[in-house]
Design a protein around this ligand. Structure first.
Ligand SMILES: [Zn+2]
Length: 127
């Protein structure tokens, strides 16, 4: 795990632990439906839906994203075409994932500099 939106690997791992605890205690629901491809995998699926962070300062507002979409999202700087195809297939023009930068420097730059107005929330089932 590397830097993302200006957060270090250590900060990102700490956020993951906060999220695991929050789901275990019921503070936030266990993600079920991917906000990108809209899949709802069965329990035990090899493509589970988990949490994806853009703003690690708000770990309990993470997006629900399946493993497959999550991989393409994080790989978009090295492999932009599969990510662009996914966005094209599922975007409507104003969804959060359509606003994600393709600038590799954003991995080290603070979130608020890349997204001064923030990003849209996930929608009705992840608001
Ligand atoms: Zn998905």
């Amino acid at each position: 795990m590397g830097w993302y939106n200006g957060w270090s690997p250590e900060q990102r791992i700490a956020t993951l632990q906060i999220q695991r605890d929050a789901i275990r205690t019921g503070a936030i629901p266990r993600p079920a439906t991917c906000l990108i491809c809209r899949c709802t995998p069965a329990p035990g699926s090899e493509n589970p839906v988990w949490l994806h962070d853009e703003d690690y300062s708000q770990p309990l507002l993470a997006y629900h994203v399946c493993r497959s979409c999550h991989r393409l999202l994080h790989e978009r700087f090295e492999r932009p075409e599969p990510w662009r195809a996914l966005v094209h297939a599922h975007g409507t023009g104003d969804l959060w994932f359509e606003y994600l930068t393709m600038d590799p420097a954003a991995q080290w730059r603070p979130f608020g500099e890349t997204y001064p107005d923030g990003l849209p929330r996930g929608g009705s089932d992840n608001s």
